[in-house]
Design a protein around this ligand. Structure first.
Ligand code: SF4
Length: 193
């Protein structure tokens, strides 16, 4: 079954677009639940063990898929979803050396509508750049987890990892800003203060 690994950039866009906490979009997979041979740097050392952050599922499908097989987060879907079902391979210098078509399953007709090859290349470059930034954060977190273990302290849990990434704080700040804007709008309309 295909699982979509996500970065903090993907979660930030989803959280802002759907106005939900970033942590509400994810499941955490153990290493034996997924093949990440090519991207070991995405595994996060949590209190529970090494885990990979992926989009949450419900009933065996992405929880953002509606009963008509349409993505309810289309405008904010992760970059992997934007590229799906195409998969570019690049050489060590970053040049595109091949395009594969993955086995399409699960996300209806809207998945992977790429307008042209330039858009495909740009999205793929952005995907790798964002993945690199995410993995740099993960590497720092994992080093911190190693230090904690040396001092007989447990690594942080998923909630602390989100704080480390600054994600759910942003959602709380956005909620606060929306609440303030609502109050402001209601007072301008002459509602009781
Ligand atoms: S395209 Fe939408 S429904 Fe499909 S996996 Fe991505 S976020 Fe989920």
């Amino acid at each position: 079954m295909v699982r979509v690994a996500v970065t903090h950039h993907d979660l930030r866009r989803l959280a802002q677009g759907l106005e939900r906490p970033a942590s509400s979009f994810v499941d955490w997979l153990a290493p034996d639940a997924v093949d990440m041979t090519n991207e070991p740097g995405s595994f996060v050392e949590l209190r529970e063990g090494r885990r990979l952050m992926v989009l949450a599922q419900s009933g065996g499908a992405c929880h953002l898929l509606d009963p008509n097989q349409r993505c309810t987060a289309y405008a904010w879907r992760p970059l992997d979803c934007q590229l799906y079902p195409l998969d570019l391979s690049r050489d060590e210098a970053g040049a595109v050396v091949g395009v594969a078509r993955l086995d399409p399953q699960g996300c209806g007709d809207e998945a992977g509508q790429i307008a042209d090859v330039n858009e495909l290349g740009a999205n793929d470059e952005l995907r790798w750049r964002e993945l690199g930034e995410y993995q740099a954060h993960v590497a720092r977190w994992n080093r911190l987890a190693g230090h904690r273990r040396r001092f007989r302290r447990q690594p942080g849990d998923a909630g602390e990892f989100f704080s480390f990434l600054g994600l759910d704080e942003e959602t709380r700040e956005a909620d606060f800003a929306r609440a303030l804007a609502t109050v402001h709008a209601s007072t301008e309309l002459g509602y009781p203060k």
